[in-house]
Design a protein around this ligand. Structure first.
Ligand code: NAG
Ligand code: NAG
Ligand code: NAG
Length: 208
């Protein structure tokens, strides 16, 4: 009897997680983004499968929060498109994913700059490392004040970092999130904590 009850609990949990699905509008937005990045041609992502199901290729590239609508609706919180040979511009459509907090599109061949529409995003982590983004420092980034971690290294940006980079109040916390890589270098020293001038140095370092 105990065994049966146990099984039933497992089973109901299983069916429960299966029932939470990505918001229909966000499914459309994902399809737009994947299309613009040229990823749908690769056919590794199955749009018949729910992107929040943790199945197939989705498990590596999309994270969701499924607590909406009494745990029945998911929203995208993180996207990882790393080393996929993407060589397009950065799609504006990322802004339509209102719960997106983590975006990592590192190690591709992305070109152009950051779309000005991105200013409305509330990202916490943004990794654009090792792409071919270019132009002056993308001032749009200074509007994403929620940013705690920003990595734009290994691109073709040029020129100086604008003064108003100091609008990124939260970025100073980054040194404590990444405790064992090179960023610590810029921050982790006796005067490094919450020091705008250190932040400035760090970002200069980011721009190659
Ligand atoms: C949603 O799921 C969480 C975690 O499993 C649970 O604590 C919460 O009570 C659920 N909320 C509703 C409305 O079902
Ligand atoms: C990217 O391109 C390289 C060289 O053409 C190829 O070897 C690699 O498999 C490609 N990676 C993906 C994810 O398409
Ligand atoms: C911030 O860092 C700069 C450069 O290292 C240093 O000169 C300055 O004294 C520091 N300021 C504070 C408040 O720690």
């Amino acid at each position: 009897m105990k065994k049966l009850a146990f099984f039933l609990i497992l089973y109901s949990n299983f069916t429960f997680t299966q029932s939470a699905k990505l918001d229909k509008q966000e499914v459309k937005v994902l399809a737009q983004i994947w299309g613009k990045l040229g990823l749908t041609e690769k056919r590794r992502w199955d749009f018949e499968e729910d992107p929040c199901s943790g199945q197939g290729e989705w498990q590596f590239s999309v994270r969701c929060d499924c607590s909406f609508n009494k745990n029945s609706t998911c929203r995208v919180t993180a996207i990882y498109i790393i080393s996929e040979n993407v060589s397009t511009a950065l799609p504006v459509e990322f802004t339509k994913l209102l719960k997106l907090e983590v975006l990592d599109v590192g190690q591709n061949y992305l070109k152009g700059t950051i779309p000005s529409e991105w200013a409305t995003m509330r990202l916490i982590t943004l990794t654009l490392e090792d792409n071919r983004l270019s132009g002056p420092f993308p001032t749009t980034l200074t509007s994403i004040t929620s940013l705690q971690y920003l990595n734009i290294r290994g691109n073709d940006f040029s020129g100086l970092i604008p003064e108003h980079i100091s609008k990124l109040n939260n970025l100073e916390r980054l040194y404590s999130i990444f405790t064992y890589n090179i960023y610590v270098y810029a921050f982790n020293n006796p005067t490094g904590k919450n020091n705008r001038s250190k932040l400035y140095t760090f970002l200069k370092f980011c721009i190659k």
